[in-house]
Design a protein around this ligand. Structure first.
Ligand code: ADP
Ligand code: ZN
Length: 221
């Protein structure tokens, strides 16, 4: 992993992928590419595509594979991703994973991290999750509690995500089991998978991630 790093972060909704990817992308000096963030930006911009995407997202359904694959292919072709990237929220299906293999050719992925958190805990985290509607920063009603409704980073309004309702959360977790969980085996068979315990404070989890990344680096040397 010396010549840049091509990483994928897997994990259930609410596992903490967003929070950890922001940190890890600084650590690795590669861009954090979140399909959820890109799709929410399109929704906010009110483009025709954004309106289409919104209908899926509000219900907790997945956007069709070919659409998301097109977005990611374009994004990772940008100059800032030439040395690597940290993918968050993609791939989510086996079709997407196979497409990603093609996209990175002649290179290959360096490591796939699975941020592992029990379902009871992600349910709790998702129902107390709040996000900045301007910059996307994540907050929680618990630990540490967010008591006012403006963003500490940018002053934007802090709201509940439209897909963090009970029905949409349940649907997304079902889809995770059905479509995304099989990717653990897909990557494990390719010797790329590292499972990291996602329970703990953000700092504790980050320490674990860095250790695993460094171990993978040493192995490649
Ligand atoms: P979460 O992981 O909590 O569902 P994300 O921000 O990663 O949140 O994604 C939000 C929504 O965006 C998903 O529910 C889905 O509708 C859409 N989406 C994001 N990434 C993908 C993807 N790779 N394939 C299909 N749909 C996606
Ligand atoms: Zn903000």
């Amino acid at each position: 992993m010396t010549r840049g790093a091509r990483l994928v972060v897997l994990g259930k909704q609410g596992a903490g992928k967003g929070t950890q990817c922001v940190r890890l992308s600084h650590y690795l000096a590669v861009p954090h590419i979140s399909t959820g963030d890109m799709l929410r930006a399109a929704v906010k911009a009110g483009t025709e595509f954004g309106q289409l995407a919104k209908a899926y997202m509000d219900r907790g359904e997945l956007i069709p594979d070919d659409v998301v694959m097109g977005i990611v292919e374009e994004r990772i072709a940008e100059p800032d991703a030439s040395r690597g990237f940290l993918l968050d929220g993609f791939p989510r299906t086996t079709v997407q994973a196979k497409a990603l293999d093609e996209m990175v050719r002649p290179n290959s992925l360096d490591l796939v991290l699975d941020l592992d958190v029990p379902t009871e805990l992600v349910l709790k985290r998702l129902s107390s999750r709040r996000v900045c509607s301007t910059c996307g920063a994540n907050y929680s009603l618990e630990s540490p509690p967010k008591l006012n409704w403006t963003c500490d980073l940018c002053g934007g309004e802090v709201v509940q995500r439209r897909d963090d309702t009970e029905t949409a959360i349940r649907r997304r977790l079902d889809l995770y089991e059905e479509s995304t969980a099989p990717l653990l085996e897909f990557y494990s068979e390719r010797n790329l998978l590292a499972v990291v315990n996602g329970v703990g404070t953000p700092d504790e989890v980050m320490d674990r991630l860095v250790k695993v990344v460094e171990m993978a680096r040493d192995r490649k040397k």
